[in-house]
Design a protein around this ligand. Structure first.
Ligand SMILES: Nc1nc2c(ncn2[C@@H]2O[C@H](COP(=O)(O)OP(=O)(O)OP(=O)(O)O)[C@@H](O)[C@H]2O)c(=O)[nH]1
Ligand SMILES: [Mg+2]
Length: 263
């Protein structure tokens, strides 16, 4: 199996401004615009001469209302830290890379952190089509963010690829006293749309790593399409992860699933 090199993650603070009307752009968007959509295959050239080696690439987009914790979830996953204190709303779109080892395979996750604010919606629409997976977040302490999930799913169906992997996340479960959305409500909605579900906390780190890892095992058809990358051992490993997700979200894959994923 050949190895590629990953571009190092680009923090928003270092990104220079670029094209007008696209919110915070610069290096992040330049790389996002590179022709690297979908899975990267061994025959393709390396995209950078720096960074870690990887076998396959996977694009993940974080979406959901403003304030649900998308940026915090990404920072928790990437840096293992929680962004406490004042809330700085994302402008436009930003991205970070992280290379994960899954069994013997190195997977480069390119994670796009979108702005939840309505005024940036047209910017983020342009990025849906290249995403392999979407983490759709609501805030368990904010009922409106949960009620808006249906609208987000409509938008996803309109702009994303048909086989995009979608996972629903109820974030901020550490705020037990302020909870407004029951776990069962999240489960029910996820079941209705046939997507996997789990509750997370960017603050405590609950299920954060699992959510990002599990995304990659939610689409068996994706595995079937690139068998050269996925050894039998890896498939077994992903099945194990899948079981962990079911445990975490208590959402089981059923034959009645009709959502956008093969879940
Ligand atoms: N208690 C708690 N607070 C959180 C958690 N995740 C995020 N927050 C807080 O929620 C606020 C919003 O977090 P962000 O990650 O910036 O929200 P966002 O979804 O990126 O918002 P936009 O960029 O505007 O779309 C911040 O004040 C965070 O500290 C969590 O898991 N638990
Ligand atoms: Mg943000």
């Amino acid at each position: 199996m050949s190895r590629k090199k990953a571009v190092k993650g680009k923090g928003s603070s270092k990104s220079p401004k670029a094209s007008p009307g696209s919110g915070r752009t610069g290096k992040g968007l330049a790389a996002a615009a590179a022709p690297s959509s979908g899975l990267v295959y061994p025959s393709r050239p390396s995209i950078s001469n720096s960074g870690e080696f990887y076998d396959i690439a996977f694009k993940v987009m974080l979406v959901g209302d403003s304030g649900v914790g998308k940026t915090c979830l990404l920072v928790r996953f990437k840096d293992g830290a929680f962004l406490a204190g004042s809330f700085i709303s994302t402008v436009g779109i930003d991205f970070r890379n992280k290379v994960m080892s899954i069994d013997a395979v190195k997977v480069k996750l390119q994670i796009w952190d979108t702005a939840g604010q309505e005024r940036f919606r047209s910017v983020t629409h342009a990025y849906y089509r290249d995403a392999n997976a979407l983490l759709l977040l609501y805030d368990v302490t904010n009922k409106a963010s949960f009620d808006n999930i249906r609208a987000w799913l409509t938008e996803i169906h309109e702009y994303a690829q048909q086989d995009v992997v979608v996972m629903l996340l109820g974030n901020k479960v550490d705020s037990t006293h302020d909870r407004m959305v029951k776990r069962e409500e999240g489960e029910k909605l996820a079941k209705e749309f046939g997507v996997p579900f789990m509750e997370t906390s960017a603050k405590s780190g609950l299920n954060v790593e699992l959510a990002f890892t599990a995304l990659q095992c939610c689409s068996p058809s994706r595995l079937r399409r690139s068998p050269e990358h996925w050894s039998n051992r890896l498939v077994e490993h992903l099945q194990h992860l899948r079981a962990l997700v079911q445990q975490a979200g208590r959402t089981s894959p059923t034959s009645q699933s009709t959502g956008p994923t093969d879940w």
